[in-house]
Design a protein. Structure first.
Length: 210
């Protein structure tokens, strides 16, 4: 994954969340001045608030959370046969230490090397239910913004397959997803390192922002 693009995208969303950061006409701010320090502190505080408000209940054997459809969902930890139905979500799952047996068709700019051997279950807008069921997954991670994916979720659940339905639009959604995935994979160490890496990238961009 192209981390620089990720950092820039997150920084842009974070700057939007920080009221007043882009509306003040002032002289160029150098990294060492007081105003920049205050901006960075505000950014760090904003991230801390976002990170602490996940609403995820992490237990010994499972993780409980409210999905994008407003349903309380219980997911077993350490699933072994996972299918991810969107490539951006697959990237996050991969960075959280997750493995997959199935994925949707990939675009050239979103190749996940660790998922190279995974079976393709169709396109992101219309994944094949038959193909998904044939892989006997214990977890399917879906993007609820796609009608074709929302329609198959009840069938998957009725078949005894656990489903995580996600809708990642905001910075808060991204951090919550990273926390959820690392809780499910049991890789708390990756959560801390990933958040620190992203925060460092955000800090660097904010330090250079006028």
């Amino acid at each position: 994954m192209k981390n620089n693009k990720l950092f820039i995208g997150l920084a842009v969303m974070l700057i939007i969340l920080l009221s007043g950061c882009s509306n003040k006409n002032s002289e160029e701010i150098k990294p060492e001045n007081d105003q920049t320090s205050e901006t960075l502190n505000e950014a760090n505080e904003k991230i801390s608030v976002i990170v602490s408000e996940y609403g995820i209940d992490i237990n010994e054997d499972n993780v409980v959370f409210t999905d994008s459809q407003g349903s309380e969902v219980t997911i077993s930890k350490n699933p072994q046969r996972v299918i991810v139905l969107q490539n951006s979500i697959l990237e996050i799952w991969d960075e959280a230490g997750g493995i997959v047996v199935g994925k949707v068709e990939e675009s050239q700019d979103k190749i996940v090397e660790n998922a190279a051997s995974a079976e393709v279950v169709g396109g992101v807008g219309a994944p094949s239910l038959e193909k998904i069921l044939s892989l006997e997954p214990d977890l399917v991670i879906a993007a609820s913004s796609y009608t074709g994916q929302r329609e198959i979720i009840p069938v998957l659940q009725q078949s005894g397959i656990e489903v995580i339905a996600l809708d990642i639009d905001l910075l808060e959604d991204y951090y919550r997803t990273v926390r959820l995935f690392t809780a499910v994979t049991g890789r708390e160490d990756l959560y801390e390192s990933h958040i620190n890496k992203v925060q460092k990238g955000v800090d660097n961009i904010l330090a250079k922002a006028p």
